[in-house]
Design a protein around this ligand. Structure first.
Ligand code: FMN
Length: 391
């Protein structure tokens, strides 16, 4: 068997703190910092602690050129070689650990920029109740944040001399201004009523549907949508958690942008729990009638922007545009909408059958009927949404 390194590996010199009684007895705080190497790779469930010698050895393996297996065994020892093959840090071209090699080959075929792939992997959560943790830390209110962190940088930013400023004319308002003013993140959905099918379908069609298609070259189709997309590649897929929509069974779906249809997918038994988990414990968003995981197919973007340092940024920006289009469309229909990046990516991927580095969710948005009472706070300083009595 021949050996080479996995496609992307980043060695982080990380400071790890631990408690030492001896330090406390000597008058210290008891908390002692220690430098340890951690091996990051986009396919690892979490970074692998390694020692300094391991770090140096890992640096000897090429990600492209194969090394003879016997030589590798002699160099780092049989146990370490097997552990790293098992973890997928090293890849063998034989029958053992073949699934690791296949995953590595699949990863290479996506054309990720190395650092972006490590960042993407490191920012994914699993099973986290972020809302609970934020509340416990007293950081779920402006007062709590201010007390903990002091004052933030000011909301308005001054540059240069006041005397040099050029006052600009105010233009007359148009209906679009009213639409923008009514846009507000909804944290109070009506859990007693179902969303009619017409606005449900209309939001999906306007935000995610294809409005035109051009054959740019052989086997290269380009879609026109309401949001811009880097390279016109529109890599982002919409994966739906339908909770309460008339005529649509609760469950998971993939939205088909070309023919404006829903593809049913196997659904978890406890959909309430999965919706809660998807938005990391934020019940105010889990209550939405429809939640949508926005998951780029990275290879569609990176096909053009190969191993490109800006490409992941472009994928994130695309998702942001889609969320604003969804906000404005929902607002026009009198619906509430939201977007959040505080999501459990790993749980979402598992449920929808996705692979993080192939087609992973970057955000979850959602929409539905607003409740008549505000239980969770919203940001509505101009009173465009609340109070809702009489609507
Ligand atoms: C990328 C992004 C992530 C957000 N994540 C959360 C979130 O995790 N939880 C939440 O309650 N609101 C979230 N929000 C909503 C913001 O808190 C909200 O936009 C802000 O308070 C301003 O309110 P407005 O949208 O009503 O103008 C997010 C917004 C954006 C754009």
């Amino acid at each position: 068997m021949r050996i080479r390194r996995c496609a992307v590996l980043w060695l982080e010199p990380r400071e790890v703190a631990h408690f030492e009684l001896e330090d406390l007895l000597k008058g210290g705080t008891g908390v002692v910092g220690e430098m340890r190497w951690h091996a990051h790779a986009p396919h690892l469930p979490e970074p692998l602690p390694v020692d300094a010698q391991d770090a140096a050895w890992l640096g000897e393996f090429s990600p492209s050129d194969w090394m003879d297996g016997d030589r590798a065994r002699e160099r780092i020892g049989a146990a370490r070689l097997e552990a790293w093959l098992r973890a997928g840090l090293l890849i063998g071209d034989g029958d053992d650990f073949a699934e690791r090699r296949q995953a590595d080959e699949r990863f290479r075929a996506q054309h990720w920029h190395g650092l972006a792939s490590v960042w993407h992997a490191a920012s994914r959560w699993e099973g986290l109740d972020a809302a609970g943790e934020v509340a416990e830390a007293g950081m779920d209110s402006a007062q709590g944040l201010r007390a903990k962190f002091g004052a933030p940088p000011p909301a308005l930013h001054d540059r240069g001399e006041a005397a040099q400023r050029i006052a600009l004319p105010r233009v007359a308002r148009t209906p679009l201004d009213d639409l923008f003013d009514a846009r507000s993140s909804c944290r109070n959905f009506d859990t007693a009523r179902a969303l009619p099918q017409a606005p449900f379908a209309h939001v999906l069609e306007r935000v995610f549907g294809a409005r035109g298609q051009v054959r740019a070259a052989d086997d290269f189709d380009v879609l026109k949508k309401t949001s811009p997309s880097g390279g016109a590649l529109h890599p982002t897929e919409a994966y739906l958690i339908v909770r309460r929509v008339e005529g649509v069974a609760p469950g998971l779906y993939h939205y088909r942008a070309g023919d404006h249809a829903l593809q049913p997918l196997p659904s978890p038994q406890d959909l309430d729990r999965f919706a809660w988990l998807a938005v990391a414990g934020q019940q105010w968003f889990a209550d939405a009638h429809v939640l949508i995981a926005l998951a780029p197919r990275f290879a569609r973007n990176y096909w053009k922007y190969r191993n490109h340092a800006k490409a992941y940024r472009v994928a994130i920006l695309d998702v942001g545009h889609l969320s604003q289009s969804l906000f404005l469309t929902a607002t026009e229909f009198g619906l509430g909408a939201f977007v959040t990046a505080a999501i459990n990516e790993v749980d979402i991927e598992r449920a929808f059958g996705l692979t993080g580095y192939v087609d992973g969710p970057l955000a979850v948005c959602g929409f539905g009927l607003r409740a008549n009472k505000m239980a969770t706070s919203e940001f509505d300083p101009n009173r465009k949404i609340w109070p809702r009595a009489g609507r």
